[in-house]
Design a protein around this ligand. Structure first.
Ligand SMILES: Nc1ncnc2c1ncn2[C@@H]1O[C@H](COP(=O)(O)OP(=O)(O)OP(=O)(O)O)[C@@H](O)[C@H]1O
Ligand SMILES: [Mg+2]
Length: 433
């Protein structure tokens, strides 16, 4: 803010004026050489001195009050600006001037200055990238529209094009101008975004839980229905001559029923209704065994790269861990398809996913060079029955089972993927060591 003359300057100005008056009066008295005139001059001198002292005191008081006002405006955390009736900035604090800089900080860019008109300030915002003129619109027209909008609104929220958020309030001033206050609302916006994201996560968790309950109920009934079907098909097949067409057909029915029972078992695992036995296991051994089985089922165009480091023991169900590996590697292989590709499987000791969790952890990472996924697919992959595969190709249960198993083991699962860029699953499991 521009400063008014200080008390020292003021004092010397008054003293100088007094000096001039005194010299003039003394000179007049000497010239006239009349005692009465000299007395009159002296009285005049006293009156002028008294008036000057009063004036000086008033000026000092006004000066102090002005300084306090300036100080108060500078202390405001918000950007403060005062415009006159001609829409010219006549007073503002440093915060207001700095807001206009590129990104609010770039010292090489120009700040708002007292004396600038609203039009000049809008041009400065464009110059510093706070506002961007939409393509196809002239700068003049854009500024005109912004001025109209500013005049019409008492308060509005501005998102600058460099990503800052401000709540702007405008209050009319008695002289027809106005006062404006710019409040930085980035922290409020951030808290709002966080709350929205937490709400989405909660909604997602509730959906998964409801589907888990549903899947559990369905699996239970399906399992019950399969018991007589399997037992009777087996009996009926045995009563038929070996190699006969009828027996082969019944054996096919039996295999179909067994597959249905496997799906029911997966659904039970997902809904976590199934009781599983756990013990301290040698994860590298379980992984090697599962890889041996998988290696044979992969096409020759897919290369398998395994890197298994010694890791501390974990408490788990070996069967379920194999299921996790099989589901992830099968998905990876399906994502690569008939193209040339690589599936990477690695196991290594890891740090705890959060400082609060602590202890030793183990990381299983499964990567592939396959088709990858877009964000919309990635968000839904753990939902039961979500599949992008053709009908009859996938049930959409693989990853929901993996999710259920890892959660039941107290672990975490993370996925990163981009269309055409492959996929990476990272599973962290707590160790008992
Ligand atoms: N490695 C991967 N690369 C690309 N997409 C994947 C990968 N893993 C999973 N997906 C996507 O996630 C979806 C869900 O996977 P999930 O394993 O749950 O079911 P599925 O493989 O479709 O069927 P299922 O495993 O039951 O046979 C898949 O349909 C696919 O779109
Ligand atoms: Mg799958």
């Amino acid at each position: 803010m521009r400063a008014a003359p200080g008390p020292t300057q003021l004092r010397s100005r008054v003293a100088a004026s007094l000096g001039v008056v005194v010299v003039a009066l003394v000179a007049a008295a000497l010239v006239v050489a009349d005692t009465r005139v000299a007395m009159l001059g002296l009285a005049g001198l006293l009156a002028v001195t008294a008036a000057a002292v009063i004036l000086y005191r008033r000026l000092r008081a006004a000066q102090a009050s002005n300084a306090r006002l300036v100080e108060a405006i500078e202390c405001i955390e918000q950007g403060f600006g005062r415009f006159d009736i001609e829409e010219r900035l006549v007073l503002c604090n440093r915060r207001y001037r700095e807001i206009y800089r590129r990104n609010g900080t770039d010292a090489n860019s120009r700040m708002a200055e007292i004396g600038m008109t609203l039009r000049e300030l809008l041009a400065l915002r464009i110059e510093n990238g706070l506002n961007v003129v939409p393509p196809g619109q002239s700068t003049e027209r854009y500024i005109e529209e912004r001025i109209k909008a500013i005049r019409a609104a008492r308060s509005h929220v501005l998102r600058t094009d460099d990503g800052r958020w401000f709540a702007i309030d405008r209050s009319p001033a008695p002289d027809g101008g106005w006062v404006t206050l710019w409040t930085d609302i980035v922290p409020i916006k951030r808290a709002e975004d966080e709350r929205r994201s937490l709400e989405m996560q909660l909604h997602h968790a509730q959906k998964l839980e409801a589907m888990g309950t549903l899947a559990g109920g369905m699996a239970h009934d399906l399992n019950n229905a399969m018991v007589p079907l399997l037992a009777l098909t087996k009996l009926a097949a045995r009563s038929l001559p070996e190699g006969s067409r009828e027996r082969r057909r019944l054996e096919l029915v039996q295999r179909g029923a067994e597959r249905a029972r496997e799906v029911a078992a997966q659904m039970l695992a997902f809904s976590r209704e199934e009781k599983v036995e756990t013990c301290a296991i040698d994860f590298p051994a379980v992984l090697r065994e599962a890889m041996e089985l998988l290696r044979r089922s992969l096409p020759a165009t897919t290369r398998l790269e395994t890197r298994i480091s010694p890791v501390p023991p974990i408490v788990a169900n070996a069967g379920q861990l194999s299921q996790v590996i099989v589901n992830l590697v099968t998905n990876a292989s399906q994502a690569i398809g008939a193209e040339m590709g690589v599936i990477g499987v690695s196991l290594e000791p890891a740090a705890a996913p959060t400082a609060a969790a602590g202890g030793k952890w183990v990381r299983l990472a499964i990567t592939d060079t396959g088709c990858g996924m877009d964000e919309a697919t990635r968000r839904r992959i753990f939902e039961p029955f979500f599949t992008t595969k053709e009908v009859g190709q996938g049930t959409g249960l693989g990853l929901s089972v993996v999710h259920g198993i890892i959660a039941a083991h107290g672990g975490t699962i993370e996925v990163s993927s981009r269309p055409g860029d492959g996929t990476r699953f990272d599973i962290l499991l707590p160790s008992v060591a």
